[in-house]
Design a protein around this ligand. Structure first.
Ligand code: UFG
Length: 340
């Protein structure tokens, strides 16, 4: 879809930065908007290094309507937006729900208002499989029930999906896709960009990498008494590069006028792995040991969730191609970059 200009909010973040790289490589022109509240400015240089170009970036808050309007005016020919910018720490959202509703829902509304005024009618939204909650149906399909969220963070994803859907009903020319991510892991194979957890990581793979690197003494496996093959929780871990590519296919689909209006798509591999399988695979592919022990269950964790992938294949022609081994190798390579 050569040369179309796309605004990427949160484009310096974990999934955002990888998507910017893939967008450029697919012939799009990405423009980054990021306030660096949960990302590092150095990421921009690193993206530029991978791409051997200078990606345009704006520093600011995507909830600021005046600023957004200014960007759309300055960058006259933006034809779509990928909206990543959001707060994403589940535990923090329980402590500070208003921050989450303000940042995630507030900025969604601001963005849609300005897109509407500027007549920009293509949106890809970062959603999450968290909207399925503790689903009895595995793998989950897009038609599986959306259950009450376990956290304010999870609820913001559900609420944003509904806002986008309702808005798309009100404006025929507006097309949007919500991508429901499963568990993104890994990093760019160049080891120039990856996840930058602030403080103690909440997610499994950064915790494993930091334990392997000696930053953390021991990884706690949160419960081994679940009804799963080895008693530990099952998740669908997807390489961040595969996930980034899903955004390009989603944009292509909308720009090729194939989209009817609003839709949701699962972005996973279709395969579930237990926590212990992830640890063992990390140890095997990187030839090292991870110090871990079994602890109690983490409140709010669902037992198992993995994705049905049919709709992604049928609708946007996307499926994952990298393996858990690839992702865990890249995760360790990235951790070693961080240690330098
Ligand atoms: N886990 C451990 N030890 C750790 C960290 C995680 O055993 O130190 C386990 C968890 O209990 C879970 C699995 O590893 O079984 C994956 O945990 P993550 O925190 O990496 O991922 P989650 O599936 O819990 O979180 C994801 C997204 C969130 C989203 C959430 C909804 O990262 O954005 O799903 O459940 F909100």
């Amino acid at each position: 879809m050569g040369n179309r200009k796309v605004l990427v909010t949160g484009g310096a973040g974990y999934i955002g930065s990888h998507t910017v790289v893939e967008l450029f490589q697919a012939g799009y022109t990405p423009v980054i908007l990021d306030d660096f509240s949960n990302s590092d400015k150095k990421t921009i240089n690193r993206i530029n290094k991978i791409l051997n170009t200078e990606v345009k970036f704006f520093e600011g808050d995507c909830g600021n309507e005046d600023y957004l309007e200014k960007i759309f005016l300055l960058e006259k020919d933006i034809s779509g937006v990928i909206h990543f910018a959001a707060s994403k720490a589940v535990a923090e959202s329980v402590q500070n729900p208003l921050k989450y509703y303000d940042n995630n829902v507030g900025s969604m509304i601001s963005l849609l208002k300005v897109m509407n005024r500027s007549d920009i009618n293509c949106l890809v939204f970062s959603s999450s499989c968290t909207v399925y909650g503790n689903s009895a149906e595995q793998p989950v399909r897009e038609t599986s029930p959306v259950l009450p969220a376990e956290s304010p963070y999870g609820n913001t994803k559900h609420v944003c999906e509904q806002i986008i859907r309702d808005f798309s009903f009100s404006k025929e020319s507006f097309k949007a896709l919500s991508l429901r991510y499963f568990n993104p892991i890994g990093a760019h194979p160049s080891a120039l960009i990856g996840e930058l957890p602030i403080g103690t990581p909440a997610n499994l793979v950064p915790y494993i990498s930091q334990t392997a690197a000696g930053i953390r003494e021991e990884l706690t496996v949160f419960g081994n008494d679940y009804n799963t093959p080895d008693g530990t929780c099952v998740r669908d871990y997807i390489h961040v590069i595969d996930l980034a590519k899903a955004h390009i296919r989603a944009l292509d689909y909308i720009f090729q006028n194939k989209s009817a209006g609003y839709d949701v798509i699962n972005c996973g591999t279709g395969k579930g792995n237990t926590v212990l399988e992830v640890i063992k695979t990390f140890e095997k592919v990187n030839n090292l040991m991870v110090n871990y022990s079994i602890g109690t269950r983490r409140p709010g964790d669902v037992e198992a969730i993995y994705s049905n992938v049919d709709k992604a294949k049928d609708l946007i022609g996307w499926q994952s191609s990298l393996t858990l081994e690839d992702a865990l190798r890249d995760a360790w390579k990235w951790e070693q970059t961080l240690q330098k």
